[in-house]
Design a protein around this ligand. Structure first.
Ligand SMILES: Nc1ncnc2c1ncn2[C@@H]1O[C@H](COP(=O)(O)OP(=O)(O)OP(=O)(O)O)[C@@H](O)[C@H]1O
Ligand SMILES: [Mg+2]
Length: 302
């Protein structure tokens, strides 16, 4: 294909949805907090959002009110094993309104936000990597599923919550970022050295993927275009270590550092309450901060 033809093709088939992947090989760095808060924030602004919960911990599924599965309801593990299609497992995101009970009455749906949920009780939930590896190199199951879904369902943005590893699960998300798809890898860090160090490794991993010939041929080039500082220190919260790392992040990644999301006790309550932070506490500092992040990512209030 000549470069002119390739360009025409890219323009014609450019995907309608953007993809943001909150990946970092470090546990507990606000990947799920960020995915769920931004999903709800964007939904409140009228954008149509799809969350993909790739983490076998299924925490995004919990925060978005979908922990309880109905008999026979399929999850992402079934899609990976080719026993269901992505478009058939999508459900509306919700938040808990009644502290007791697991019936639909205990939850309220969130307009514009959907989730491809993970089922913590699925017998194969911990075998996802093995299933994907056995699927004869099917690293494109998610990409194919999203393309298929997009034919019937309008989505403005896909937000992905991966596990804290760079195994096959995360790679199936990273390969979504090809030349026809606008988006980025956005690692969230909690302003301590452990995660700051992990950023360097993430960049190496992305380079490694971009240099693989099979991905090059397909125009796959995942890039870390932004960094998020989460639980950033405030006047009343933060040790010397937090401040030191926060300042280092500003120095090192200043041009791609998104507006910081400051520390707040309310951010820690999303799991217990099964409710993302912009609904749990709309006027809290993290909610306001995530609103700024949404704008910085190109999704202004409209
Ligand atoms: N702005 C914030 N203020 C205070 N605590 C926060 C903030 N953001 C996240 N946290 C806390 O940091 C911890 C890790 O957050 P989270 O569960 O989102 O991380 P994760 O990267 O998804 O973790 P895992 O690697 O287990 O999937 C949680 O206890 C969460 O409540
Ligand atoms: Mg998580």
């Amino acid at each position: 294909m000549t470069s002119t033809l390739a360009k025409t093709r890219a323009q014609n088939v450019r995907r309608a949805y953007k993809v943001f992947i909150f990946a970092l090989k470090a546990g507990g760095t606000a990947k799920t907090s960020t995915t769920t808060a931004l999903a709800v924030q964007l939904g409140l602004r009228g954008y149509r959002v799809l969350v993909i919960d790739l983490d076998p911990q299924c925490n995004a599924t919990r925060v978005l009110g979908r922990r309880v599965f109905k008999p026979g309801q399929k999850s992402l593990t079934d899609v990976m094993a080719d026993k269901a299609q992505l478009k058939d497992i999508i459900v509306q995101a919700r938040y808990r309104t009644d502290p007791d009970g697991d019936s639909d009455d205990s939850f309220t749906e969130i307009p514009n936000v959907w989730i491809a949920p993970g089922d913590l009780d699925h017998p194969d939930i911990d075998d996802a990597e093995r299933i994907l590896n056995a699927e004869d190199g099917n690293v494109f199951w998610l990409k194919d599923g999203l393309d298929d879904l997009a034919e019937e369902f309008d989505v403005d943005v896909v937000l992905i919550d991966p596990p804290a590893t760079y195994g096959r699960l995360t790679v199936t998300a990273l390969v979504l970022l090809d030349e026809e798809t606008e988006g980025a890898v956005i690692p969230p860090v909690l302003c301590t050295y452990k995660e700051a160090d992990a950023l360097v490794r993430l960049e190496k991993k992305l380079k490694e993927i971009s240099e693989r010939r099979m991905y090059q041929r397909r125009g796959i080039r995942p890039q870390m275009k932004y960094v998020m500082a989460c639980a950033a220190p405030t006047a009343s919260f933060g040790t010397e270590e937090h401040w030191e790392t926060f300042n280092e992040l500003k120095e090192e990644y200043g041009d791609i550092l998104l507006p910081p999301v400051h520390w707040s006790g309310v951010a820690t309550k999303i799991y217990r309450n099964e409710c993302a932070v912009p609904i749990l506490s709309p006027n809290s500092r993290p909610s306001q901060d995530y609103a700024k992040v949404a704008t910085a990512l190109g999704f202004p209030q409209r």
